[in-house]
Design a binder for this molecule. Structure first.
Ligand code: EPU
Length: 337
C-alpha cells in the first residue's frame, strides 16, 4: 500500500486547480479500498473520483483516496439487450466509446462528458435529451459506516435533474465501486429530438443515423461549445438551470420577453442559466487567468494557474447579479470544497 505525502491534485481535477493533498493513495481493487478505509491512523479521508465536478478552494488536510477501479464485463444478455458492468474508475467517455464500438446503444448522446463512470450516478449526468438514469440498472457501493457492500437499484437512487440520493440523504455515506447499465444490441432507440443533434446530422449528410453517427454529432456539438478540460480547466456546467414557478415566470417574461424556457409541468418552468448569465453581461468575461467561457456562459474556466477561491468569488458574483436583475436564484452544479 503506497501512501504518498503532499501530493498536488492538479492532474486529478478537470479545473486544473493546484491544491495539495496531505496524504494520497490510488486504489485499484475493492479489497485495497476496504483496507485503506480501515486505516485508523488516517481518521480524515476524502474520496476523489474523476475530479470533473469539483472546485477545490483549499488544500485537503486528509487522506485523499483516488478511486481507480477498472474493468468492464457483460453481466447478462437477451436477444436485443445487454447488461454491462463497469468499474467506477473507468473514464466515462472511453466507456461510452467502448459500448458504441461493440454495438451497444443507449449512451451515445452522453459522449464526451468528462469524469468517471463511478461518479456519473451522483449527479445523474445528462445531455442532449438523455440522462444516465434512462440506462442505469444498479450500482454497487461500499457503506463507509459498516464497510459492507450494498447495491442500489434505479428507484433507490432517487434520480432527478442533476440529482440523486448520493447528493441528498446519502451524501458522503457511500463509495460507488461499479455501475450496471442496460443497453440495446439491436433496434436502438435513437434520440435525435434535441435540436442541435438533428441539425448536426443534417450537416453531416446523414439521413439514417447509427449510434456512431449520433456520438459523432454530439462530439462535434460539444467541441464547438464546450472547452476541452485537457486544454482549458473547467467542470462543464458550473450552475444548474433554475426551475421557477408560473408566477415567477410570468413576471420574468413581462420584463424579458425573449427569455427561453422549457415547461416541465403547469407549475414548473426551467430557464437556461446560460441565457441569464449571458444577458447579465458575463459571457466571455475574463478576470486575470479565469473567467466565463466565450461560447457557453454556463461554464467557468481556469486558463491556468488560478485559485479555486477566486473562481468561487466569481461564481458568487454571478449568482448575486442574476438574483438582482432577474429575481432568480441559480445553484451551483459543481461541488465546492
Ligand atoms: N444559452 C444562452 N447563452 C449561453 C448558453 C446557453 O443564451 O451562453 C441558452 C440558449 O437559449 C440555448 C439554451 O440556453 O438555447 C440551452 O443551451 P444548451 O443547449 O447549450 O444547454 P444548457 O441548458 O446550457 C444543458 C446541460 C449541459 C448539456 C446541455 C445539452 C445543465 C446544467 N447543463 O446545458 O450539461 O450538455 O444541456 O443537453 O443542465 C454539464 O452538466 O456539465 C453540461 C455541459
Amino acid at each position: 500500500m503506497l501512501i504518498q505525502k503532499d501530493i498536488s491534485l492538479k492532474k486529478y481535477n478537470t479545473f486544473g486547480i493546484d491544491v495539495t493533498a496531505k496524504h494520497f493513495i490510488a486504489v485499484n481493487t475493492i479489497n485495497e479500498l476496504i483496507d485503506v478505509l480501515k486505516l485508523n491512523n488516517y481518521p480524515d479521508k476524502f474520496i476523489l473520483g474523476g475530479g470533473s465536478n469539483i472546485l477545490l478552494t483549499k488544500n485537503i488536510n486528509a487522506l485523499v483516496i483516488h478511486i481507480n477501479l477498472k474493468g468492464k464485463k457483460i453481466v447478462s444478455k437477451t436477444e436485443s439487450s445487454i447488461i454491462i458492468s463497469s468499474g467506477a474508475g473507468e473514464n466515462w467517455h472511453e466507456f461510452v466509446l467502448w459500448c458504441i464500438n461493440n454495438g451497444y446503444g443507449g449512451l451515445e448522446n452522453l459522449s464526451l462528458i468528462p469524469g468517471n463512470v463511478g461518479t456519473s450516478p451522483i449527479q445523474n449526468i445528462g445531455a442532449y435529451g438523455v440522462e444516465l438514469k434512462d440506462h442505469f440498472v444498479s450500482c454497487k457501493v461500499i457503506d463507509l459506516e459498516s464497510l459492507e457492500l450494498k447495491t442500489f437499484n434505479n428507484t433507490e437512487c432517487r434520480f432527478g435533474y442533476r440529482d440523486s440520493i448520493f447528493k441528498q440523504n446519502a451524501k458522503g455515506r457511500y463509495i460507488i465501486t461499479s455501475v450496471n447499465f442496460k443497453l440495446t444490441t439491436k433496434n436502438h432507440n435513437l434520440r435525435t429530438n434535441y435540436g442541435a443533434i438533428q441539425e448536426e446530422l443534417n450537416t453531416m449528410g446523414t439521413t439514417s443515423p447509427s449510434i456512431q453517427d449520433i456520438s459523432k454529432a454530439v462530439i462535434k456539438i460539444r467541441e464547438s461549445k464546450l472547452p476541452n478540460p485537457k486544454k482549458i480547466g473547467n467542470s462543464g456546467s458550473f450552475f444548474k438551470n433554475p426551475i421557477i414557478n408560473k408566477t415567477q415566470f410570468e413576471a420574468l417574461v413581462k420584463q424579458f420577453p425573449d427569455v427561453p424556457s422549457y415547461k416541465l409541468s403547469e407549475e414548473a418552468i426551467k430557464i437556461p442559466a446560460g441565457w441569464l448569465i449571458e444577458k447579465a453581461g458575463f459571457k466571455g468575461k475574463t478576470f486575470n487567468n479565469y473567467g466565463v467561457h466565450k461560447k457557453q456562459a454556463l461554464v467557468l474556466v481556469n486558463y491556468g494557474g488560478s485559485k479555486g477561491k477566486d473562481i468561487l468569488k466569481l461564481a458568487k458574483l454571478i449568482q448575486e447579479t442574476i438574483y438582482r436583475i432577474f429575481g432568480v436564484s441559480i445553484e451551483t452544479e459543481v461541488n465546492i470544497l
